[in-house]
Design a protein around this ligand. Structure first.
Ligand code: ADP
Ligand code: MG
Length: 694
């Protein structure tokens, strides 16, 4: 179905020469499995290499390119850990090339003794000698022109090097086809857009820092493409949904009332209102697609639970999907307790279920014996078939993709969908992410909650803070210590956290735990369990705790390098504490001399606990140029577009889609067919299938 022109971009990254399974895993973790996924991952910086005639002129630690005569190879005979060295001359200055784990025959062929080569790398000075460790480039004399003076820098994942990345993306850039323009002339002229191919090439080959700005027209063109594809896909699926019927639940609420009566608390006004809105959707003949927004701790889970039980009341199955297996397990435990007196069969299905256990569970789901099914994304995989799915609740998920899949899973019998977000999104942004989706908002906390007290302290006073923690350690209260966030490097992230862990553990022996993103899912779960159930007081973490793990006794949150976090992210992290009625404190540690915008973020955090207010303010600051944490802001995330900068593009995309929906809703005329290419490129294939089905 995809055109032959764009098909090659969808080959697996693994199919490229030089990419084996190990690298493939890293690429997959970073961007995804296919060539096209690297195209959407744009550089965030550039490095410049200076061409140097004589090494004496160069600054230590700078990136340089220069010519060497290879004099002598000095392999490391005694230990494989000792470096392999090659003595060279640059003019008449000695310079040593250093390699760890050199591949033997290979290194002799790329740097033969007695010949000259151009070398590029970072200049070091070690024991009175110039040296380059692992030159990034070695080229033959007549191939100097293949060396670039300026290279883009991409954010990477641990284990994936700059060089490999650059080589790979270069190969892919050569495969970009020429495609016929799908953007109308008016828009092209308005923004001075270039064609698609050139925009991609230029975005990946920045030549100055200016090229990295959001205002760069090449990036803008790609951002517009992305927004257009997204809006178009939503419109297509919406149009289709409006034509077909959904599932209608009963009016009578036997089990739901029983459950409400059993709850140990009364619903808040917000919860009642949200439930009423959901109830009306569920009992109407149309498919419900609703977003339930509310701060962490505002009580979304109960609303989800009532909706799920409503499904049972109407003889359907209810499904609750969580983003991680820890959260799925947590929901399962909580809901099992509440559901016990109601005699409802509840089942947990995650990636951990394999073999017979999985088959057994799949069978229970298929026969309908399992009434409420909780799990991860595994729940909407093709091999899971339901007896009568009536409602799907997605927890903490911003992924529109879920709706897309679901619209097709049960054609003709479309389950209701409730998606819950603990990171409130401003209305305009919700529109961008979900189209005109229905929304319910929980704007208050359950009664009796004490607002979290937020303070900021300069990092120079960290020792006072640590001393004050001694009192807390003696109670059964728990403390989170979140370490600085380095978006570009997981390794630096981990280093910071490990250091903090070690210093705290020296003072509070055996009371401190460490959790980070490079642990396996299972290991993370173990750490969380220990923190929750055993005699540990402090959990040092990179931002992995951001997802909604619930530790009721956690009353203190310390965020180190708070100036590096986006506002929504800070709020989200703070939401891990204050989950019962004990007083809770959040402490933001910051470096001296932080910027104006960072100051504003910290001030806002101290001023309010209201997630809706924070979300609006976050969006405002980002519009003022607050670039921090595009990835970590709670906003719907696009690969290229950033709504803080691309609001006008979004509006234009929306208008264009409106025009298309009125004039060529099935994308059949000339431009419509080109737009199908666009949808394919951004993998809105479900929209295309819908188009063909409807
Ligand atoms: P969210 O998912 O919105 O972060 P939860 O649903 O996990 O929040 O609720 C947080 C806590 O508040 C839970 O322990 C829940 O039982 C409790 N809770 C929910 N609603 C109320 C209420 N109306 N009154 C008192 N406690 C409530
Ligand atoms: Mg929750």
């Amino acid at each position: 179905m995809r055109s032959n022109k764009i098909n090659p971009l969808f080959s697996p990254i693994l199919s490229l020469s030089g990419i084996g399974p190990k690298l493939d895993v890293l690429f997959q973790r970073l961007v995804g499995p296919r060539l096209v996924h690297l195209l959407w991952h744009l550089p965030y910086n550039i490095i410049k290499r200076k061409f140097i005639n004589n090494i004496i002129e160069a600054e230590i630690n700078s990136l340089i390119t220069f010519k060497v005569d290879v004099i002598k190879h000095k392999p490391s005979y005694f230990s494989s850990k000792a470096p392999y060295k090659i003595s060279c001359l640059c003019g008449d200055t000695p310079v040593t090339l250093v390699f760890f784990y050199a591949r033997q025959p290979y290194i002799k062929t790329v740097l033969p003794e007695g010949e000259s080569r151009f070398i590029s790398g970072k200049l070091e000075y070690f024991k009175n000698t110039y040296q380059i460790t692992h030159p990034s480039h070695i080229v033959e004399i007549d191939k100097l022109n293949t060396l670039k003076n300026i290279e883009p820098v991409y954010s990477l994942t641990a284990g994936l090097t700059h060089n490999i990345y650059i080589k790979t993306i270069d190969k892919i850039l050569q495969k970009i086809p020429d495609l016929e323009e799908w953007i109308d002339e008016k828009i092209i002229n308005k923004y001075f857009f270039n064609d698609w191919k050139n925009s991609l090439l230029k975005s990946h080959q920045p030549t100055s820092k200016d090229d990295l700005m959001e205002s760069n027209i090449y990036r803008k063109r790609l951002a517009y493409d992305e927004l257009l594809a997204h809006q178009l896909a939503i419109a297509i699926i919406r149009n289709y949904n409006q034509k077909t019927k959904g599932i209608k639940f009963n009016q009578n609420l036997n089990l739901v009332f029983k459950c409400i009566n059993n709850l140990p608390f009364k619903l808040t006004q917000s919860q009642k209102k949200a439930w009423k809105e959901i109830f009306e959707d569920l009992t109407s003949p149309h498919q419900m697609i609703r977003l339930l927004q509310g701060d962490t701790g505002s009580g979304k889970t109960v609303i989800a639970l009532l909706s799920l039980i409503h499904a049972i009341d109407s003889s359907y199955q209810g499904v609750l999907m969580a983003p991680t297996s820890i959260l799925a397990q947590q929901h399962f435990n909580n809901l099992s307790t509440i559901l016990k007196p109601l005699n409802i069969n509840i089942l947990l299905l995650t990636g951990k279920d394999t073999g017979n256990s999985r088959l057994e569970k799949l069978s229970l789901i298929k026969t309908g014996e399992a009434q409420i099914i909780i799990g991860t994304h595994a729940l909407i995989q093709d091999d899971v078939s339901y007896h009568s799915i009536g409602l799907v609740v997605c927890d903490e998920s911003h992924r529109f993709g879920v709706f897309q899949r679901l619209s097709l899973t049960n054609k003709g019998k479309k389950p209701n969908v409730l998606t819950m977000s603990g990171t409130p999104i401003p209305r305009t942004l919700a529109l961008a992410a979900y189209g005109n989706i229905d929304q319910s908002r929980l704007t208050e906390k359950p009664e009796g909650r004490i607002p979290i007290n937020t303070k900021s302290i300069p990092i120079s006073k960290v020792n006072d803070l640590i001393n004050r923690l001694t009192n807390k350690i003696e109670t059964n209260e728990k403390i989170y210590w979140v370490c600085s966030l380095v978006e570009e490097s997981e390794e630096l992230d981990l280093q910071a956290a490990t250091k903090r862990f070690e210093s705290l553990n020296r003072k509070f022996k055996g009371k401190v735990l460490l959790i980070h993103g490079q642990l396996k899912e299972k290991e993370k779960e173990n750490v969380m369990k220990k923190f929750q159930n055993e005699d540990y007081s402090i959990l040092v973490a990179t931002t992995v705790i951001e997802v909604g793990v619930d530790v009721p006794l956690a009353t203190t949150m310390i965020i180190e390098n708070a100036e590096r976090f986006g506002l929504s992210s800070l709020h989200q992290i703070r939401g891990r504490i204050g989950r019962n009625n004990m007083p809770a404190n959040c402490i933001l540690l910051f470096k001296e001399n932080i910027g104006e915008l960072a100051k504003k973020r910290i001030a806002k955090m101290k001023e309010t606990n209201d997630g809706f207010e924070i979300a609006e303010h976050d969006s405002l600051l980002r519009g003022e140029g607050d670039r921090i944490g595009k990835k970590q802001s709670g906003q719907p995330s696009f690969l290229i577009a950033d709504l803080a900068f691309d609001k006008e593009l979004l509006e234009d995309a929306r208008k264009t889609v409106e025009f298309i929906s009125n004039n060529d809703p099935k994308l059949e005329n000339e431009n419509g067919l080109r737009l199908r290419n666009l949808l394919h490129l951004f993998e809105k294939d479900v929209a295309i299938k819908t188009l063909l089905a409807g």
